[in-house]
Ligand binder design. Structure first.
Ligand SMILES: Nc1ncnc2c1ncn2[C@@H]1O[C@H](COP(=O)(O)OP(=O)(O)OP(=O)(O)O)[C@@H](O)[C@H]1O
Length: 647
């Protein structure tokens, strides 16, 4: 039977994980590749020899050769420059080999991380739809990251070593040349560097907004026909106007920064040449030769400026792209820091009033059928069991909590991601709690912990002050059967071939009085059904009951039981909203504590408090509190309201 439609807040495709710092991780990665980087630097140094010779040979060819009337000497210097360029080829080959030693492991690491992330998400949250984006991360995005990193590394080292060769060459020709060229060069580089961080931040914001816009457009596109039929165009426009305006605003800001970056390129690329030409007479006066001036121009125009231009473009495009792509990969699988303990503390203590159950500590007689109210006393340990862990934080005047989770962490397996982490929850006697959250988030797991079906990996689960799942063998003389402290109703109602009476009182410790059964039938609105079946002693054929009727009988049985804690895990999912409301109100009014895994907003709104599970975060409060303070709850409530309206 399909479960009722439920949703969880849509989010951007794969937003960067909080605390995910690709730049820091990149530094760590590079530190681990020192040998490959040193090889790359060595080959780059060899390659930079031809940069040095490029300008120096031109200067010598002019000063010692062509201008000095020795053309063969000049030709010899030019031939030496050409030979250096040819000898640079093996060095270039070495550069690419060194580069592969850095970027191929990067690609492998990213692929591994994407596969690990997708597999662990699939194992821990199988209920979620498949992470199809992982395919793109394993193929295209990993390639993109590898190519961008290679381009960036190649141009960065080309610039560093070209600049080294050129600056050494300028200093060798005439130190005065350096004084003229260095100022504008550094000014342009500083201007460019200043644009990097703001542009990266803007590009990231632009991308996030773009993803949010596509998600919203996708959401709305699915209902276009209904939007047109209902005349909801203006509403739809209002829903998308925000991201569209934001895209425009970010686009304009990006364009402004791009203009500043172009200016920086102009300053760094053209100003040194202009400065050299303007300063030429001054340089000549100081004994700088015509050949040295021509050599300096060769350094600028042929080596330094192209390298600078390539570096700036690469940083601006490949650099930003790399940063953004890396953010799409799940962070490295280091154990996540413990999440701030999500707490659901007890409700404020009621004003000092006498305990309505004066002998709350008295153990009900195990064999006699106690009156309903007496049955709801917190069940204390029999004398033969070890003393319960005392909830030491509880002030003396407070009742023993109906149930308590302290720092509970639980995972379905030693290597699985925890479903619940460091969860604190205190349920007061008589309280009505609704547990909500997206599919597969851990609501049933929480109920299973309270029902003592599973043990927490860390932390404590207490029911009526004692471990939810008592350790060790059953004390001698203790009656077998369900734990009298709680009753769990799962989604699939248990109704068996027997009489109506047997189906109603099988959860209790013994036969229930007729008056109690009739009270349950009345409270749950089952009179018509019981009459149709032929009364309390009529036989029940479960096959001839609807799913809703089976759930109603099971809910009536829970009403009859004296268990002080009732756990409903979607036990009303086959009831219509009115029948669900009637059942929940009846069970909440019955003395005892009620925990309901809710699948309708109306069900959550009825509860005293709502616990919203949302990944490692959990928030708790009244329906109104959460509506005000929790965007995730508002989103969930919105989806439910839409579903209920449709229904
Ligand atoms: N027996 C199990 N073994 C392994 N994983 C499990 C088991 N039971 C549940 N899980 C996983 O634990 C996570 C929490 O499951 P749980 O049933 O508690 O979620 P839920 O919020 O109740 O979901 P739903 O609303 O869909 O019922 C899910 O990812 C689920 O696949």
């Amino acid at each position: 039977m399909p479960r009722p439609a439920r949703g969880h807040p849509p989010g951007p495709g794969h937003p960067p994980a909080p605390g995910h710092r690709p730049a820091a991780e990149a530094r760590r990665f590079l530190r681990g590749r020192r040998r490959a980087l040193v090889a790359l630097a060595g080959w780059s140094l060899a390659e930079s020899a031809h940069t040095f010779l490029g300008g120096y040979a031109v200067a010598r060819a002019l000063d010692d050769g062509f201008l000095a009337g020795a053309p063969w000497t000049g030709t010899g210097w030019l031939a030496a420059a050409a030979a250096a360029a040819l000898l640079g080829a093996p060095a270039l080959r070495g550069v690419f080999t060194g580069l592969a030693g850095v970027v191929e492991p990067l690609r492998d690491a990213l692929v591994r991380r994407a596969v690990d992330g997708a597999l662990s998400a699939a194992l821990t949250r199988p209920a979620r739809s498949a992470d199809t984006a992982a395919v793109s991360r394993v193929t295209q995005q990993a390639e993109l990251a590898r190519d961008s990193a290679a381009g960036l590394l190649l141009t960065a080292r080309a610039f560093v070593f070209t600049a080294l060769g050129a600056l050494v060459g300028l200093a060798a020709l005439a130190p005065a040349l350096l004084a003229v060229v260095l100022g504008p060069l550094l000014l342009g580089a500083a201007l460019f560097a200043a644009t990097l961080a703001p542009m990266a931040a803007l590009q990231r914001a632009w991308l996030d907004n773009d993803e949010a816009l596509s998600a919203r457009a996708g959401e709305l596109a699915g209902g276009l026909r209904d939007v047109a039929a209902c005349g909801a165009g203006p509403w739809m426009t209002a829903r998308t106007a925000g991201p569209v305006a934001e895209a425009e605003r970010l686009g304009i800001r990006l364009a402004r920064w791009a203009a500043l970056r172009t200016l920086a390129l102009g300053v760094a690329g053209r100003l040194p040449v202009v400065a050299l030409l303007v300063a030429a007479p001054w340089l000549l006066e100081r004994g700088v030769s015509a050949g040295a001036l021509a050599g300096a121009l060769t350094y600028l125009l042929q080596s330094l400026l192209p390298a600078l231009h390539t570096l700036m473009s690469a940083l601006g495009t490949a650099g930003t792209r790399l940063l953004v792509v890396l953010e799409r990969f799940p962070p490295s699988p280091v154990p996540p820091p413990p999440a701030p303990a999500p707490t659901c503390p007890p409700r404020p203590a009621p004003p000092a009033s006498p305990d309505p159950r004066p002998d709350a500590d008295a153990r009900p007689d195990a064999d006699a059928r106690p009156d309903p109210d007496a049955d709801l006393r917190p069940d204390t340990a029999p004398a033969s069991t070890p003393p319960p862990p005392t909830p030491s934080a509880a002030p003396p005047a407070r009742l023993v909590p109906a149930a308590e989770l302290r720092g509970v962490t639980f995972a379905y397996g030693p290597r699985a991601r925890p479903v619940l982490r460091d969860l604190d929850l205190v349920l007061e006697p008589g309280e009505h709690l609704a547990v909500v959250g997206p599919s597969g988030i851990g609501k049933s797991t929480l109920v299973a912990l309270l029902a003592g079906q599973v043990d927490p990996d860390r932390g404590t689960v207490l029911v009526a002050g004692r471990p939810a799942r008592p350790a060790g063998p059953r004390p001698a003389g203790a009656r077998p059967g369900p734990d009298p402290r709680r009753t769990l109703l799962p989604q699939q109602a248990y109704v068996f071939t027997g009489t109506v009476r047997e189906n109603l009182d099988h959860l209790g410790p013994g036969p229930a009085a007729d008056s109690r059964l009739r009270q349950a039938v009345e409270a749950l609105g089952l009179a018509a059904l019981v009459d149709r079946l032929g009364g309390l002693d009529a036989p029940v054929d479960p096959e001839r009951l609807s799913q809703g009727e089976r759930q109603q009988l099971a809910l009536a049985a829970a009403y009859v039981t004296p268990a002080p804690l009732l756990l409903l895990d979607e036990a009303t999912c086959h009831l219509d909203p009115r029948a669900e409301e009637r059942a929940e109100r009846a069970l909440a009014d019955r003395p005892g504590t009620l925990v309901v895994v809710a699948h309708r907003i109306s069900s959550a709104a009825r509860a005293d408090r709502v616990l919203l599970l949302d990944g490692t975060r959990a928030v708790c409060g009244t329906h109104e509190d959460l509506r005000r303070s929790s965007p995730a709850y508002r989103e969930l409530a919105g989806v439910w309201e839409a579903t209920e309206d449709d229904g």
